[in-house]
Design a protein around this ligand. Structure first.
Ligand code: PAF
Length: 276
């Protein structure tokens, strides 16, 4: 595995690799990331990953400073996943002091759901991913569907800005009890982890109702809401949206994404499922 920390070294190493798939990450790697790396391998003979906790996508009261950075464990996981090129920049490398401010925004997609609750979040995500794309120049990029709005926005960014990159979705990986894997799960105390299970339980209950023929999304949302409130979770949103426009859908007669964001104690978690 070639490990590079600066942009010039990264460009030089990338040139030798031919067709390349990229898995951008913020580290604290878990099975979900490893499954994205395996998927990347199925799309290209060489796989690159980046680990960079991107400051521009965190709000002022969010967890940027406490975000886990277990770099030795991450390096080991990347080696086991047979990553060919690992880009590990620091913040000054990505955001040279004095650099002009650049905004990449897709307001129709970024002003709803997560974007409404985390103003500026997707500008930060688009900024850093556009930079990673320009630095690493992958042929394929893989992003997890747990962050389904992020996936949609980045796919739209690639299309709108003509990046010659195929964007591939990686299915959400769950713990055996249903909890969607997330680097933030490690913030949960054992009690909070139990409560957090209400999120996937709620989504699966709504999915079961959908399978029985219920199509009104307000009924599906109410089902999820009851299950979350039973565990006293603080709900940011429960939404039923079109997977392309991210607009609210009243009747699940075509594909619909049910998306949840809720706080368990001080930990904010998101999850979603697609009904089709
Ligand atoms: O999903 C993430 O881990 C991050 O948002 C990403 C895509 C690596 C950008 O910092």
């Amino acid at each position: 595995m070639i490990i590079v920390k600066n942009i010039e070294e990264c460009r030089a190493a990338r040139k030798k690799l031919g067709r390349l798939a990229l898995v951008p990450t913020m580290g604290a790697l878990h099975e979900g990331h490893l499954s994205l790396m395996m998927l990347a391998r199925a799309h290209a003979p060489k796989v690159a990953a980046s680990i960079f906790v991107n400051p521009t996508q965190f709000g002022p009261r969010e967890d940027y400073t406490k975000y886990p950075r277990p770099i030795e464990a991450d390096l080991e996981k990347c080696r086991q996943a047979e990553i060919d090129l690992l880009f590990l920049p620091d913040a000054d490398q990505m955001y040279m002091p004095g650099m002009a401010e650049v905004i990449v925004d897709l307001p129709q997609l970024s002003s709803v759901l997560e974007g409404k609750h985390r103003p500026g979040h997707f500008r930060g995500v688009c900024q850093v991913v556009a930079k990673l794309f320009n630095i690493i120049q992958p042929d394929v990029a893989v992003f997890g569907q747990k962050d389904f709005q992020q996936f949609r926005i980045l796919s739209a960014m690639v299309e709108a800005l003509d990046f010659p990159i195929e964007v591939v979705p990686g299915p959400t990986v769950r713990e055996p009890d249903g909890l969607a894997m997330s680097s933030r799960n490690q913030y949960l105390s054992p009690t909070d982890r139990e409560k957090a299970l209400a999120i996937s339980r709620g989504l699966f209950a709504a999915q079961a109702e959908f399978k029985k023929g219920i199509r009104q999304t307000n009924r599906l949302i109410t089902t999820i809401q009851h299950i979350l409130l039973e565990q006293h979770l603080s709900i940011d949103y429960i939404a039923a949206v079109d997977p392309i426009t991210l607009k609210h859908v009243d009747a699940a007669t075509g594909p619909v994404v049910l998306a949840v964001a809720a706080r368990v104690g001080t930990t904010r978690l998101i999850d979603n499922i697609t009904l089709a």
